[in-house]
Design a protein around this ligand. Structure first.
Ligand SMILES: [Zn+2]
Ligand SMILES: [Zn+2]
Ligand SMILES: [Zn+2]
Ligand SMILES: [Zn+2]
Length: 632
């Protein structure tokens, strides 16, 4: 198995299973038990039994894959220390990165220098290296007129022991910052200027919901605190599903739900550009103390992430899976962010939730359905009966692999040895169930890529995944009356039209009727969500909106001559472009002002910042049209 690379540990593990020559046992677990022992059993129960047999066979085996780390862990435990990171930091590499940063700085390429200093921080081992790199980055922030960012890095440099002999330079820079801040000039207070100086992806706007978490527009629902009392959850008779119904009249732009996730996890491609804890884009981040992968936007986020990251940090390379595997990091996070006691304490509720799914008893969310109630989470398990032997085997492998990973952390520590095997088996079962839940109930947390020339064509990009307590209960319509958006990791659901009491509240699972023909939508929904849409747009065979009709949504914030983006205020107050002085097009100005009014109406409490108004859901744009009509 020499061919395996370090980041292919899961493949190494699978190869070891082959070597073990337990095919007969596994085949017995997966096949022989297909003979029902009890005539009343459902196919889901039979599948679950096969899975359990397969799990216990694999759990009884020893695997070399984990040996080295296990030895290191045991050594450290004996000394009462936490295991070291395999992080890949190196002061030599950090010095190189800082030297390149300094060259870029000398060429006045501050944006690139800041990126290089960020790399230097990630790679630094010693506090001396951190101190020097923070000091260098503070100089680049100063040049970018980002005085708050500059001051923070000066403090960090000093906290990490910046040499006293050179300290006067930092003091001088600090004094200048404070003076300039006193005059009220700082790029940190001008989001538009800030974005120009950073190096985010093209069209980047950031979280769809800019600013703090909004408040619910109605009173809090007594049973489900993340929903307004304008909504209620209804379980359909006949097991067809659960729906959300308006309990009061709702008007457009009201905040109906603010939902915190059960579990959320940054995508690995966003590591280094987005905060590991809150998912915000930042180029002024600070590194994890131990690994060279993870960064945080602030000391607060770094502290908040400690619960799970101190477990994940030493085994990060065990948790890297390539795209071909149906493995998700959020599965492990569900466990690394909670204590074993928590899972033991809730064992009976969790077991009965899973049992209900297996016998086909549909249950509504048990109030208050908060992110801590894992019984509701596991009640979302589905489709185990559809799994063939091969996929049951794969699920079991994953469950056992992640159980071993958890054993490398302090998750199982302090537990009584007598019941260790039972507890370990229970957790392995939960890991398998969690991977089934997250495969179908996890959302991509998106940020907006605004197309400034044509906002209609704006797009969004997933940076993280998350699974939510009440959002899962909203059904789809191709012409929905509410939209979903993200405020960092929280899900916000907002009404986009009038919803009279008694009407079902719906969201879009993708494919709005204005953009995709009915046939495409139906195929997509059947393939991905297993249902035939009978919404009003599908029933009535509504046509897609013609391109011409959408033209009026073009974002008219551009100077026709130099392509400068102008803020609403600039559009309103001036007839000339601030960049090139050209006279601004009258219709464009008028559109920009209407756009702003529309945004205010549709967004309600939402802050539309100077950088602009994008939206993760193309469907909301259709409602902006409605709102324009309302305005007329
Ligand atoms: Zn953060
Ligand atoms: Zn780390
Ligand atoms: Zn439909
Ligand atoms: Zn211009």
């Amino acid at each position: 198995m020499e061919a395996c690379t370090a980041d292919g540990t899961f493949h190494k593990f699978l190869a070891e299973i082959k070597e073990l020559k337990i095919d007969d046992k596994l085949a017995e677990a997966l096949n022989n038990s297909s003979k029902p022992t009890n005539p009343g059993e459902t196919s889901a129960q039979i599948a679950a039994q096969k899975l359990n047999k397969c799990l216990s066979t694999l759990l009884s085996c020893e695997f070399r894959t984990f040996d080295t780390l296990r030895r290191v862990r045991d050594q450290h435990r004996r000394h009462g220390a936490s295991p070291p990171s395999l992080g890949g930091k190196s002061d030599v590499d950090a010095n190189n990165a800082r030297a390149i940063g300094n060259q870029l700085y000398a060429q006045r390429r501050f944006r690139d220098a800041i990126e290089m200093y960020g790399k230097g921080l990630r790679l630094s081992v010693s506090t001396a290296s951190l101190a020097l790199t923070f000091a260098s980055r503070s100089a680049a922030f100063f040049e970018q007129r980002r005085y708050e960012d500059c001051l923070r890095d000066i403090d960090r440099a000093i906290d990490h022991g910046y040499p006293d002999t050179k300290r006067y330079r930092l003091d001088e820079r600090r004094a200048k910052c404070l003076t300039l801040l006193g005059t009220g000039i700082s790029a940190n207070n001008d989001p538009f200027l800030l974005r120009q100086q950073q190096a985010p992806p093209d069209g980047f706007v950031g979280a769809a919901w800019i600013g703090d978490k909004p408040n619910l527009s109605h009173g809090r629902n007594a049973r489900y605190p993340q929903m307004g009392d304008c909504l209620r959850v209804v379980a359909d008779s006949g097991g067809a599903g659960r729906r959300i119904i308006a309990a009061k009249d709702i008007i457009p732009g009201q905040i109906l739900v603010v939902d915190d996730p059960y579990v959320s996890c940054l995508e690995s491609k966003a590591e280094g550009t987005h905060c590991h804890q809150c998912f915000e884009y930042s180029d002024s981040m600070i590194p994890c103390h131990n690994c060279s992968t993870v960064m945080f936007c602030s000391e607060q986020c770094r502290t908040a992430a400690e619960t799970y990251h101190k477990r994940e940090c030493p085994i990060l390379h065990f948790l890297q899976f390539d795209q071909s595997l149906p493995v998700r990091n959020d599965v492990f996070r569900l466990f690394s962010s909670r204590s074993l006691d928590y899972f033991l304490h809730n064992e009976s509720q969790v077991r009965s939730a899973i049992q209900d799914v297996h016998i086909g008893r549909l249950r509504g969310p048990v109030p208050p359905c908060d992110p801590d109630c894992l019984a509701n989470f596991f009640a979302l398990t589905n489709h185990i009966e559809a799994a063939d032997s091969n996929s049951l085997f794969k699920s079991a492998c994953l469950g056992v692999y992640l159980t071993h990973c958890l054993e490398l952390t302090d998750f199982f520590l302090g537990d009584d040895v007598a019941s260790y095997d039972r507890i370990r088996f229970y957790i392995a079962q939960l890991i398998v169930s969690a991977s089934l839940v997250l495969a179908t109930n996890s959302y991509l947390v998106k940020e907006v890529r605004l197309n400034v020339k044509n906002a209609w064509e704006s797009d969004s990009e997933g940076v993280a995944s998350a699974c939510y307590p009440v959002t899962s209960y909203f059904n789809h319509a191709c012409f929905p009356n509410a939209v979903r958006d993200y405020c960092r990791k929280a899900m916000v659901i907002m009404s986009v039209m009038e919803i009279p009491a008694g009407t079902e509240v719906t969201v879009l699972y993708g494919y709005h009727f204005t953009k995709f023909p009915k046939a495409d939508r139906q195929v997509y929904l059947r393939d991905n969500y297993n249902f035939d849409c009978k919404c009003v747009a599908c029933d009535g065979d509504w046509p897609v909106l013609e391109e011409t009709e959408t033209r009026e949504f073009d974002c008219a914030r551009l100077c026709q001559k130099c392509n400068a983006t102008l803020s609403n205020e600039e559009m309103e107050s001036s007839v000339n472009c601030k960049e090139c002085g050209a006279e601004l097009d009258e219709t464009a100005r008028e559109l920009a002002m209407r756009w702003r009014d529309v945004m205010q109406i549709v967004n309600g409490a939402r802050e539309s910042s100077a950088v602009g108004a994008g939206d993760t859901d193309t469907c909301s744009k259709a409602y902006w049209k409605r709102a324009i009509e309302v305005l007329k």
